[in-house]
Design a binder for this molecule. Sequence first.
Ligand code: SAM
Length: 417
Amino acid sequence: MTRVRLTIAELGPKGDGIAEGIRGPIFLDRTAPGDEVDADIFRDAKGVMRGEVSEFLNLSPFRSDPSCPHYEICGNCTLQHLSLEFYEGWKKNLVREAFLKWDLKPKNWLPQIFLKGQNRRRATFSMSRKKGKFVMGYYQRRSKTISPIPSCEVTLPDLIDLKNWIEPFLSSLVKEGQDLDLFFQKIGDSFELVFQGLTSLPKNLLDELASLPPIARISLKTQRGIQVLFQKKNLIAQFGPLKVPLPPATFLQPTAEGERALVSAVIQAVRHKKNEALADLFCGAGTFSGPLLDFGEVSAYESNPHAVRALKEAGKNEKLNVQQRDLFIQPLSSKELNRFDTVVFDPPRAGCLDQAKEMARSHCPLLVGVSCNPATFARDSHHLIRGGYRLESLQLVDQFLWSHHVEIVGVFTKQKR
Ligand SMILES: C[S@@+](CC[C@H](N)C(=O)[O-])C[C@H]1O[C@@H](n2cnc3c(N)ncnc32)[C@H](O)[C@@H]1O
């Protein structure tokens, strides 16, 4: 390692500060533009130049004191050292820059929504035992070390309370050198737990956990799939008129407020249009399909067979057609898309390049995209624009406070031939 003096010029897309070194950019975790630092620089396993700050010589004006006592040792909330004003501006710019890279500008920027903390309803805690010492918490950034996290400023307080309550029971589960994960998700008033990294759960522990009132389901996730070990009742999510009994570990938007904001943004785009036939691509368990039923018949597509089964069952008396389909392998063709008045699409982080190319060739008058990745969303949007769509609006919904993640809703229109 070499020690050098650096000035942070800007933040990169993952929120690290970037300083210009002699041989190119150097990335420094938890720094801010204007920070002057002495740092030990090294090349990481991927060949990226990184720096570890040994001393701050001058502090950026864009800083604020992190409020979380675990900020230094927790791998989440890596942007909590920024002032809220700077942080929000940076997130807006992140989206703007991703689109400018493809020379795209929306006609309108809709008002950005920044949600506050203590609202995450899903979280994965990791557990390990080293030299006899059990630890449960979050990984430190880019590290295999787990830090204990007894409180959290972004997660629902009752989720953290439950984690703290059961932590002592879990200690006996973890052997020396073993790593386990435990996923928590709050659905309605109840919680589900999903263990990962185990092949079975001791009966006494299962009974102990099952006796706790908020825990409604306990499952085990292995390479062979998910096995439910205990279920006291169905865990129901309400999407518009649909009451969907969620299968274990089903994707839900990470916050209830974020879900409401995204649904409202989608509905806002759809409500004044003619909508007899709508499609919901990458529909999950029906977050958008349910509310879209107010406007017409909905065809929903999703690759996860469990989510498909649950949504089909919930919508059997509605004008809802649900199909299991891998949209990466078999995207809806432009011909298939032409029968819809509106298509909503909400792909995973990788985006949906091939599906976007088919949408670009279609004549569907309204497309509404929801994405958690500005880079892939901008790339896919570029294909839509090349295919004759107009980018009417972009809206940022930040439900990932103090992280570099952000959610975006984009509305695209095309004149019907
Ligand atoms: C970001 S989530 C959105 C889910 C849903 N729209 C919601 O808001 O709850 C992306 C969804 O795409 C699904 N998915 C991932 N890869 C897929 C593929 N190749 N084909 C179809 N669906 C896929 C996932 O199972 C997940 O439900």
